[in-house]
Design a protein around this ligand. Sequence first.
Ligand SMILES: O=P(O)(O)OC[C@H]1O[C@](O)(COP(=O)(O)O)[C@@H](O)[C@@H]1O
Ligand SMILES: [Mg+2]
Ligand SMILES: [Mg+2]
Length: 352
Amino acid sequence: MADGSLEVGAHLDACLARAVSHNPALKDTAAVVSAIAGAAITISEVIGRGALGGDLAAAGSQNSDGDVQKALDVIAHQRVTEALQAAPVAEVASEEADEVMRLNPGAPLAVAIDPLDGSSNIGVNMAVGTIFGIRPAVQDEANPIASFTTPGTAQLAAGFVTYGPATALVLTLGEGTQVYVLDRAERAFRLTHPGLDVPTTAKEYAINASNARHWEGPIKAFIEDCLRGAEGPRDKDYNMRWLGSLVADAQRVLMRGGVFLYPGDQRKGYAQGRLRLLYEAAPIAMLMEQAGAGATDGERRILDIAATGIHERVPLVFGSTEEVACVAKYFDGRNHAAGRSPLFGQRGLMRS
Ligand SMILES: O=P(O)(O)OC[C@H]1O[C@](O)(COP(=O)(O)O)[C@@H](O)[C@@H]1O
Ligand SMILES: [Mg+2]
Ligand SMILES: [Mg+2]
């Protein structure tokens, strides 16, 4: 995929075939990507009809994380699991299923998937998405989640689809990050960006600022210093963007840099933030790293973290490497000065 010979406009299936011809070990992975892309096209068509197709935001039952499932969450879960059933996939960990789903016993791959990301945007015509990470299946009779307890570095491929003004597939097979856009006339994804290269620094951050009073010191101090702009220690004026849809925020960061944060905070149940390690943070971390960006939980590299449960949450910071490294310095300041670092002094907008 990163051999430089891929042409803008090439079809996803041709690009996958090329990747497999260079590395035959990718054959099954490519088949799974193709299956997810097929499901995404049908999900895109459902979303594209909006309210003409019924109330996609209609509330149903609760998922394993306590979130109320909306009609589109359920439709997307059904479409992706049907597609994965016909692919070389042994097991699926879906946000919308309590337990690991067993599909094709003995098949080589396992998929962690968020069928519909950005659920609060359903019904208001804003971008939502599908996020996935593909790993080798691990057979272990004694441990039903064994395939999903390896660290994120075990992922063979990762991607997400944004159902936005255009439907786009952002994909890595471990050699760079590419973007494909859905050609609706052809019902096929076509390559638009053969190799993303995220700027190392930027002037944009994304965080749900309504939680500011619940944040811990390092995050408060980092955002406070961004807000101080050119008069503060960051020495530049920042802009803020928050779409409330991880895929859309991640795509913006991949295309033009910046930093996204969903930290842990002091609300009940939010010590590890909101986002899930297996089917949100780990795939996005792989896409970021393959595009020259970074992803941490504030301190640790996301891809080094192994899950202990399939719906486990993790604080997530990703984007331009200098910005992600800067966040880590604020955590480091807390660790070394127990909160008495100059970084935590009585200054800044939030503390005045
Ligand atoms: O409502 P909050 O706390 O700002 O959370 C927003 C985040 O929640 C999510 O919607 C979580 O994903 P789901 O919609 O798949 O549950 C992210 O897309 C988004 O970044
Ligand atoms: Mg999600
Ligand atoms: Mg979801």
